[in-house]
Write a protein that binds this ligand. Sequence first.
Ligand code: BTN
Length: 330
Amino acid sequence: MTKDEVLGILIRSEDYVSGEHISRQLGISRAAVNLAVGSLRAEGYGIISKTRSGYKLISSPDRISYSELVQVMPAERLKDFIILESVDSTNNRLKTLEHEGAPSGTVVTADYQAAGKGRRGRTFVSPKGSGIYLSYLLRPECNADQISSLTAFVAVAVARSLEKVCGIDPQIKWVNDILAGGRKLCGILTELSVESESGAITGCVIGIGINVNMSVNDFPTELRDTATSISAVTGKPARRCDIIRELTAELDLLQTEFPSSRSKYLDYYRAHCPIIGKNINVYKIIGKDPVPAKALSISDDFSLLVEYKDGNRENLRSGEVTIRGMNGYI
Ligand code: BTN
């Protein structure tokens, strides 16, 4: 705690601040101030000191830590945060907590995932120090019919937060990949728990993986033409804690707006969906050949209305699509 308070004072002071001033402000000894500064330096904070002037913060690491998050969001909200250096998968860790009774809104983040999970049994590449790997527990009050639109709501929440914090122009590739410039920036994997007797949904673990400060070489060769990161798009590094703050705020809002505020989410989704009106390939089953179709519209339940070559139409509720004749991820 002391360390975070010392950091707070250094962040707010534009110039040097004396050890004595810090100790008086916080009601702690000078030795405690020295200790706090030492441990902040060990975490990577650039703190210089000058005789008779005190300390000055000159650089902060892009770390996902309590010390950093508490500078940008309320300490009260962080009570339900589990912040890890590494984990197999944040979704797996949160599912364990979910079964132990964790409240709706619980968040697990990690700086590295050894076995990040993607949709359809794929892995999600999760290098250390450059991405956001975050899982959010939602215990929704809705019926089984309404739950299918949850991933689309989440896509909107993520896109809105990236737009706000990073100034990018996000696209949502049906169902819920977030793209920038036609390349994948973020993937979402939602895992549901259902009570077997009643069929009621007891919890949803929403897993979000965002490529933040990766360079092209951080991606495996097979992803280099289709993936991108926020820093690659904007040309400057982004601070992950700022994104986590906004993302959490959007997901907290979603918690109160799902499923009742459907039209607000639909409007955003439709306005940011790049495939409408395009000739696409529909992949319904993994390993099977795609079926060519035209994407007509996003229906009110977020399903994708397509028309096949024989004129038949279908509302797709799941599956994957790509735009025909395009390179990249779209
Ligand atoms: C996809 O694009 O296929 C979905 C990727 C989802 C990745 C996130 S990272 C945080 C959470 N933990 C996981 O193991 N997966 C999700």
